[in-house]
Unconditional design. Sequence first.
Lengths: 274, 94
Amino acid sequence: MASLPPIDVPTGATGKGSFDAPATGEPDAVRFDYLLRLGDDSLILGQRLGEWCGHGPVLEVDISLANLALDLVGQATLLLDEAGANDELGGDKLAFHRDVLDFRNCLLVEQPNGDFARTMARHLLYTTWQHMLFQRLTQSNDRFLVEFASKAVKEVAYHRELSSEWVVRLGDGTEESARRMAEGIDWNWRFMPELFEVDDALQSLIDRGVAPDARGFEGEYRSAIASVLAEAKLAQPADQRPILGGRRGHHSEHLGHLLAVMQFLPRTYPDATW
Amino acid sequence: MSHDWPLWEVFVRTKGGLAHRHFGSVHAPDAELALRHARDTYTRRMEGVSLWVVPSAEIVASDPDQAGELFEPAESKIYRHPTFYDIPDEVKHI
């Protein structure tokens, strides 16, 4: 039997998970960082929503919040597994064995739940952005991100619709629900500008056609939020001094407490399996 | 909170071509959220392709006290069952 010609493996190609990575021999640190940003956003927001489990205002809402949380943890699993594809432990190591300064999520998703209205305000502000981002991510020239976004964009569309409906109902509800909803929007508003921040690392991915430029849909985002708030009969908060830094690891004090709960088990019992 | 919300009956079509079947009920403040709650409660494991929700108060039910007169007369009339025919294997969902 004639033997097949040898296959030339480009120097630096790992053979898994990095189809589009430049085969320069250097790991694609910028893409890795971007996967962490997206993955950590989903992971931390998923963990936050998971904190509602058993504490929802009614049984149906409790189940609904747990479903949203599971969607997000599923997204985080895909993204962090891709980021950790060259490591034996993959995404688990990234999720459970990094400390707070190494997390790259935006500040919005780590904010405490507060009451149900504040949780829905945070979810509306984040998932409206995430939905617009993932729609554009399906046009990325990174094959993994296209496949990921094509699946996740449907989940996120549901999150956006559901949180919009709750914001409208609470805002246009009783005197108390309107007050709580306004406070929830107000609390989270200062963390919204960070979603549109572009640093050098992100700019290089935008230039490479890997990441969408969120600044391109900031106007669309603001008018989408304004129309939900108008339907909810809520005033749009004045822009406050934006709080930035999550993408560089400068987090609020809340993230450490979240990680302490989330990471406790695998760190205390490293051999635990399930 | 939930006792302020009306009850809705949930019907799920498990796949194309089948009829919607009663699955259970949810509390919700209005029809749109009743659909959301039904989706999250009853179709999270791929149980369905279509949902109906109906206000429980709109269901007209037979009176259990009349069960005797309504249903017992049928018990002695087995000839109404199509059990004397062979059903071809190709016929599904009977």
